[in-house]
Write a protein that binds this ligand. Sequence first.
Ligand code: NAI
Ligand code: MG
Length: 360
Amino acid sequence: MSYKITVLPGDGIGPEITKEAVKLLDAVGETYGHNFEFQYADIGGVAVDKQGTPLPEQTVQHCESCDAILLGAVGGPKWDDETPDRKPETGLLGIRKQLNLFANLRPAIVYDSLLDASSLKRDVLDGADLLIVRELTGGLYFGKPRERREGEHGLEVIDTLHYTEAEIERIIRKAFDLARLRNKQLTSVDKANVLENSRLWREVANRVAADYPDVELSHMLVDNAAMQLVNDPKQFDTIVTENMFGDILSDIASMITGSLGMLPSASLSADGPGLYEPVHGSAPDIAGQNIANPLATLASCAMLLRYSLHLKEEADAVEEAILKTLREGYRTGDIAAIGEATVSTSEMGDIVCQQILSAS
Ligand code: NAI
Ligand code: MG
């Protein structure tokens, strides 16, 4: 089969880590007989510098006409003083909105050979494997009105938490579909004891559950969920929640894995191409030195293969190759213990590719 992948390298370490991802997909293609066709486009600071806007129209067109999108990262101090319409982050928010990427998937996997990288105890973590599904295009971050105004008793501010029933239903359905591909346990997180939003959220989840009799649905209040994620992460399989709760909970859950350089993500729409990127940023402090950890981006490729191209065997092989590489002791600086030998970005990419090529 032939697949068209749009690559958005972006800023900082973005070009270095996406280069390894392209190498990996080529290795997967060679091993399993697929042809990946890559088209490159600018986003973020590099697009501002070259084209005067963080999200050029041609980039959007490339993204709309492909099977999946692979993004490095955007931003850096160089663009700190730009106006909002020329900020690199505006490009990222823009592409999420334009492609209607309403479902943000952040898995937190514990790698047995990196157990000591987390600040949590080994036995709390060992075997934890969960997926947070966060609503990404609605809620408090987008609701109107949003304003600061002079009130009767001085300054006052308003943010609005707004969801339609349809927006809630599509993310809940997506989460049920994803739970079905995993261990069939879905925890819906809300604040139904306080928020009207959450009460509707819970009603919709209970109604949709009737269509998924094979998936076990439970509800949890968000404050309790924050505590439970740290106390006993192994109790969770798939979690679904609204935008702001998901923002916070996914950062808590990321500490289960221990290192920012290991965390992949996917952002999906109803039926268009998905966007895959590492959770970390553009790491300007280490850009251009060939020392960044490419594994979060390579793990994002596994998600791309799984969720956009439906190539399960290939996705499993990439995840297995990363696991094996770590078990064999290869480390970039960010995940190495003090005094431990390290490999470069490109060496790490080569080793993971080699695992794929030699497994066939
Ligand atoms: P960051 O994630 O870029 O870096 C935080 C720290 O982690 C730095 O010390 C960095 O060197 C290290 N780090 C990050 N990724 C790494 C990797 N793959 N290998 C080894 N070390 C790694 O976050 P920071 O410093 O807050 O932001 C830097 C820039 O990135 C900012 O302009 C920010 O706006 C942007 N950013 C972009 C994101 C995106 O494109 N999705 C997400 C987060 C931040
Ligand atoms: Mg965040």
